[in-house]
Ligand binder design. Sequence first.
Ligand code: PNS
Length: 161
Amino acid sequence: MLSNRIAVYPGSFDPVTFGHLDILQRGLSVFDHIIIAVLNNSRKDPLFSVEERVDFLRQATAHLESVTVDSFDGLLVDYVQKKKANIVLRGLRAISDFEYELQISAINKHLNPEIETCFMMTSNHYSFLSSSMVKEAAMYGGSVHELVPEPVEKALNQKFK
Ligand code: PNS
């Protein structure tokens, strides 16, 4: 049994939304420390650079002592092991997330059986929210004010003005 529970919360975070921050906040009631790990080798074509995504997350979590923000390349399980953690934290919004998450957790289990994935259900309030939806809404001039932290809102408005 580990005395100091460190979880790694990985993702693309392109960009961070209040849905991600909700999972993080609730994760902090279970884990002593959470490392937010921003993927740097995505095959996806991100809107924001990894530096920007890390910066948004650092600003949004500056008041949280038990959170650090980092980026990683390569396999998630290798990163988790390097950080001396054994838990991956992921949020689940709806049934539509389930299959994708099942696949990721199964491959991670295959790659390193000592690492567990812990899922937290997103609050109903944010069940519709995703980074892709936020980008699309912002692209067509919709307000994302209640969906993302202020620096992200400003950056999205700047990109799509
Ligand atoms: O926010 P996302 O894009 O759904 O996050 C996906 C992420 C970063 C968790 C996943 O793509 C990942 O862990 N990638 C790192 C490469 C890896 O370990 N691949 C094997 C498991 S998919």
